[in-house]
Design a protein around this ligand. Structure first.
Ligand SMILES: C[S@@+](CC[C@H](N)C(=O)[O-])C[C@H]1O[C@@H](n2cnc3c(N)ncnc32)[C@H](O)[C@@H]1O
Length: 263
């Protein structure tokens, strides 16, 4: 069943923050509070929560991109930089030549970006990455400036999804590729009871005891349940102008990658 979230509709005064209805102005502040609170433990929590599966999901995203040495990536909601680092690692496997700066991590949360900068320093990637503090709805990038635009576990948090999708379409080159990796509410029925128990009990427990913020992880669960079903998201992508849209579900429907092209 398609959910009733209004995040996909431009111009509405209210939207979902988890299961609460809040004004759009409040929404971005509440989401910022979640990521301010978890930034330091975000990467550890990702491994714990997914049992390491998020690494496989992100590798599948990079596989689908099929990066070439000249591919310009913009990773929206890039957070602590995971997708961008995996993209650059894949390029390193292709070529050892010096490259111009080719990857951009864009995220509105300064604390998440700070972790990304520190990780980039550790990995020796600082010169390869541009860091931009901005939301998906207002990307400070020129039209047609990216070959690939990714958003990984980010679209759920975007206050105005239609505006975000339109921006990600705008910055893509003609022939550019958009990929969205996101949790999905479309779990296969056989997994659903187990997944629900995990979401309702174990995730909030991990949030409280490891990340020190139970509510942030309750928000995570609620925001997944409010996120559109795969077909509904494909319809929103089409409304933003994307063509040749495809969706791959993984891990029994726990996550999905949507792919679309600017033509
Ligand atoms: C769950 S994290 C995902 C981080 C990273 N992409 C990953 O896969 O590990 C979600 C990110 O979305 C960012 N975010 C929240 N609101 C946003 C918005 N309106 N536009 C873009 N990113 C947003 C948060 O700051 C956070 O870094």
């Amino acid at each position: 069943m398609a959910n009733t979230s209004s995040n996909g509709t431009k111009g509405n005064a209210e939207t979902d923050f988890g299961f609460q209805r809040v004004s759009k102005e409040e929404h971005s502040g509440l989401v910022a509070g979640v990521f301010d609170s978890v930034a330091d433990r975000y990467d550890l929590m990702n491994d714990l929560m997914s049992g390491g599966l998020h690494r496989i999901w992100k590798q599948s995203l990079i596989d689908w991109i099929k990066p070439r040495p000249t591919t310009r990536l913009v990773d929206v909601a890039g957070g602590t930089g995971d997708v961008t680092f995996r993209f650059l690692e894949r390029l390193n496997d292709l070529t050892n030549d010096q490259r111009p700066q080719i990857a951009t991590i864009c995220d509105p949360n300064a604390a998440m970006l700070q972790v990304a900068r520190e990780r980039a320093l550790d990995k020796g990637y600082v010169g390869d990455i541009e860091f931009l503090e901005a939301p998906a709805e207002a990307l400070p990038l020129p039209d047609r400036s990216a070959d690939v635009c990714t958003i990984s576990f980010g679209l759920r948090n975007v206050t105005d999804r239609a505006a975000g999708l339109a921006e990600m379409h705008r910055i893509l080159e003609i022939g550019g590729h958009f990929l969205c990796l996101e949790f999905s509410p479309a779990i296969v029925p056989v997994l659903a009871p187990l997944y629900e128990a995990y979401s309702d009990r174990i995730l909030p427990w991990l949030g409280e005891h490891i990340a020190g913020d139970r509510e942030a992880y309750e928000y995570l669960v609620e925001s997944i349940r409010r996120f559109p079903e795969p077909d509904a998201l494909a319809t929103e992508m089409a409304a933003a102008g994307f063509k040749n849209i495809k969706c791959r579900s993984m891990s029994g429907g726990i996550v999905a990658i949507h792919s679309g092209w600017r033509v």
